[in-house]
Write a protein that binds this ligand. Structure first.
Ligand code: FAD
Length: 291
């Protein structure tokens, strides 16, 4: 099913993001994770890909696995290091696997890697895909502004180009401060962007996530999270419990505010996905009964 249709049918779409294992790794582990995630009946599961393009075929393989478990997959496709013919090959592979949904991304710059002569922005990729098939297209958005954008307003102008090129719904970068997200939505709607937007939430549950996510995402860290990290950084059980509690509280507030949906960055951890999903399942069920 096309994800844009899900937004028409549901008040709040609920989904997970997973990443493929390394090219040489065995797929048994990720298959088990997908099976456990499928038991939670998300609306869809997205599968990331590496910007270098080396992970793209694994993305299709994992997305096919998601489909085999009866869950709709969303395959990420990046373009910053790809030629038009490489992207065409990826689209052919996804099409043969009956994958209907693509998240069209530029991808992060890899220092030293040759950048594409064919695609500069995700909007170029979206237009390219739209001209070649009937894929449903999502795109990325940044509540706290993309780091390369000149200003939040300019970032939204650029986002509009992506939508004009055929993107019909957006998945947000992770954030920890809901007020930032609400202000972003206000700017977005004020600029006339009315497509559904799913809030990206990552439960901070492990020491290595804390280190990586805080340095890479650029997300503002509220003092509640700083206190949690300071207190539980070397106490894995408490960090797991506190991270899940924070994410649950954040999602409850987002659902109370009537967001279009939540996309949970689960880092291939089905325990985290299950616990957070169970914590908010009765709210989600009640919201979606009102359709
Ligand atoms: P774009 O939409 O092209 O935007 C990038 C920058 O260019 C922004 O500053 C924007 O304002 C500006 N811009 C856009 N269009 C124009 C224009 N026409 N003229 C001038 N400036 C413009 N990375 C991966 O490598 N693999 C993944 O699987 C992956 N999944 C992601 C999923 C989500 C939900 C998110 C939020 C990000 C993901 N990323 C992934 C990271 C993403 O690729 C990077 O954040 C990247 O830097 C930007 O990608 P984009 O698609 O948002 O690019």
């Amino acid at each position: 099913m096309k994800i844009s249709k899900m937004f028409e049918n549901k008040k709040a779409v609920w989904s997970f993001e997973i990443f493929p294992p390394k090219q040489t790794a065995d797929l048994g582990g990720v298959q088990k994770t997908i099976s456990e995630l499928a038991d939670l009946s998300p609306d869809y599961i997205s599968v990331t890909c590496s910007a270098g393009g080396s992970g793209n075929s694994r993305t299709c393989e994992i997305a096919t696995m998601v489909k085999a478990f009866g869950i709709e997959p969303l395959a990420h496709v990046t373009c910053i290091n790809s030629s038009a013919s490489q992207v065409s090959d990826t689209l052919g592979e996804l099409s043969r696997a009956d994958i209907e949904n693509i998240l069209a991304l530029r991808g992060d710059r890899i220092p030293g890697a040759k950048e594409s002569d064919d695609f500069a922005h995700a909007s170029d990729l979206a237009a390219f895909i739209r001209a070649r098939g009937s894929f449903d297209l999502g795109g990325a958005c940044y509540p706290e502004c993309h780091p390369e954008a000149a200003s939040p307003e300019q970032d939204i102008e650029n986002l509009k180009r992506k939508i004009d090129a055929g993107v019909t719904h957006l998945n947000s970068q992770l954030f920890f401060d809901n007020e930032e997200y609400f202000r972003f939505l206000e700017r977005l709607r004020g600029a006339g962007v009315n497509v559904p937007v799913q809030a990206g939430i990552m439960p901070l549950v492990k020491k290595n996530h804390v280190d990586r996510i805080i340095s890479l995402s650029g997300a503002k860290i509220p003092s509640k999270i700083s206190r949690m990290i300071a207190r539980f950084y070397d106490d894995p059980d408490s960090l797991m419990a506190a991270g899940i509690a924070y994410a649950t509280d954040q999602i409850t507030d987002l659902l109370s505010a009537g967001v279009d949906g939540v996309h949970l960055y689960v880092m291939n951890n089905s325990y985290v996905a299950r616990t957070v999903t169970n914590n908010v399942s009765s709210i989600l069920a009640s919201i979606n009964r009102q359709c």
